[in-house]
Design a binder for this molecule. Structure first.
Ligand code: ZN
Length: 241
């Protein structure tokens, strides 16, 4: 009986190892950032402390009922953790899907309430958009957002000041794959990712979970990372006080 139990235990260990083993991309390590008004992403700010070959996966504009579940499946299949920058109105429409991101081990920040061009808005309108997006996040998750990514990466002095004051990290990017064109094929997106990786070599990658072609292409994009030997670093934030 004892040997049967041992064999069964061995099978169980093997089964879980096979789920997240050397065949998967995996998550190499986690960086836990402080809740402070820091600014990251070499495209506009200081680079995160990443080694060559380390990348952070980020997805904007969700949650999307059509596409985010595909992204979550592709990430789960590769045991890779990502950070999602969510639009307030989309959180309010899909609160369960938003919470599923966290349940599956990912992290989330906000990406405005309605994805406007903030620079063309008045100070009051900008602050109102921030307030509404923070409220949507808090309603869904029960905590304050730790991070913010500007729509179109268009930063404004008004919101930079407000985010710094309220200890919200500004998350810019190091590279993207320009994934917003509906006709993009998986091959095109994989080629763009390859070119961005070859140029930047490390850093925060911007993708869009709300974009159908990206969701369809993600298994291939993750394979590109794995084949090129990149390591995934997961961004998290300290718990709110
Ligand atoms: Zn966006």
């Amino acid at each position: 009986m004892r040997s049967v139990a041992l064999i069964l235990a061995a099978i169980a260990i093997h089964a879980s190892a096979a789920e997240c083993g050397p065949d998967q991309l995996n998550t190499a390590r986690t960086i836990t950032l402080k809740r402070e008004g820091a600014l990251y992403g070499a495209h506009q700010h200081t680079a995160l402390p990443l080694a060559k070959g380390e990348v952070v996966l980020t997805f904007d504009d969700g949650p999307s009922a059509d596409n985010t579940p595909l992204v979550l499946k592709a990430l789960a299949d590769q045991c890779a953790k990502a950070t999602f920058f969510l639009i307030g109105e989309h959180i309010a429409q899909q609160p369960d899907l938003a919470r599923r991101l966290i349940r599956e081990g990912h992290s989330a920040g906000i990406h405005s309430n309605t994805h406007p061009h903030l620079a063309s808005m008045t100070t009051d309108q900008q602050l109102e958009d921030l307030k509404l997006s923070r409220a949507a996040y808090k309603t869904a998750f029960g905590v304050e957002t730790p991070a913010y990514r500007f729509p179109y990466l268009e930063e404004t002095p008004t919101l930079l000041e407000a985010l710094k004051r309220d200890n919200i990290t500004v998350a810019s990017i190091d590279m993207g794959i320009n994934d917003w064109i509906p006709e993009d094929t998986t091959a095109i997106l994989a080629q763009r990712l390859t070119e961005s990786l070859d140029k930047a070599g490390r850093g925060i990658i911007l993708m869009h979970d709300a974009n159908g072609p990206t969701a369809q292409a993600l298994p291939t994009l993750l394979k590109v990372l794995k084949d090129k030997g990149y390591k995934v670093v997961h961004l998290e934030w300290e718990a709110a006080q």
